[in-house]
Design a protein around this ligand. Sequence first.
Ligand SMILES: [Zn+2]
Length: 414
Amino acid sequence: MRRPPPSLYAFCLPLLAAPVLAQAPADPLVTRMASVLEASMPELIAFRRDLHQHPELSGAETRTAARVAERLRVLGFEVRTGVGGQGVVALLRGTRPGPVVAFRADLDAVRSDEPDPVPFASLTPGVRHICGHDIHTTVGVALATAFAAVRSALPGAVLLVFQPAEERATGARAMLADDVFSLARPVAIYAVHTAPLEVGTLGVAHGPLLAGRDRVSVTLEGEGDLDAALAALADALRRIGTITPAEARGTVPPDFVLVDLAPPQAEAAGHRELMATLSIASRTARAAARRQVEAAARRVERPGVRVSVSYRERVIAGVTNDSLLTSRGEQAIARSLGAAAVVPLGVVSPRFSEDFGSFQEIVPGAMFLLGVSNRERGWVGMPHSAGYVADEAAIRHGGLALAAVLLDRLRRAD
Ligand SMILES: [Zn+2]
């Protein structure tokens, strides 16, 4: 997840009551996986703390990837390493017919010179897990542990994708370019991202969850008044934005457009260039914004001012959830953790983005936000914030919830 806002997500502000987690799941495989997860929690927490103490930046996740691969091999997974850089892909085939269902976690950490406020602090100066990818990876290992324990009764196959370089938003596409689904092609892919929701809850969005980023570059050339045209164009692009940068620090309904104009570059005679980044979560808002950008460029064209536009959509893919997978996933989470664990999300935070959407372009997918804050203990899991602390109990909730979600999809024929 990239570009944090300085303030808290608004959706975490109406802090939620602690959920009831005591509801016993009726599904025997879920029950078995829940008891395996419970017994494995000390080991999983030790695994997570080891990752937390040894954070690695995007593209350099060698130790993290090796630890993951080692664990998955022991659990009986078929493992492929070095996928799209440091990526790891692992497959567990069940013994009964069924589809292939995937879970994606990310491996990398973030530059931060702030002190790590936990007893198992980062041992690598200037690098910390403040986006919760150590939690995501451990949830992936928790799922591996749970599914390996029920393999003899498992329909289909579980594919685990551990992605490098999410913070640079390049890892997903690098894995896709490296045939990430060579072991098996999934019918659905799921992910979690830690969020400042109360631990024990998961945030669910039916549709846009995290904005994608579009890049616009407009070139003006000719012997006319390029500066006047440039100023008019900059004005028009700003007006395409439906929210202000100040509003973007909070949360807004997903149909927003946020425009960031780049500072002017060095100018050459007869040549000007204007660059902008547009953060957009909804498909219809993207289509409308693109049309407006192209129309604005045409309007400043005149004799002596030639204009050309390069509009690149979804340079960072963002996350838009498949509505059917999300609905079914939401029901599976409610059955597994209790209805109070599901937090409906009707808004998005424009400043955050993610490249999970690159997988969703290929395979239907859903990302759930995993609550890691603990109000009582004063822990707030705000991604990229200096004081980021995640309640490790979220590994249990994330593991239980996603085990139920994946199993539900494995049992469906469509
Ligand atoms: Zn992240």
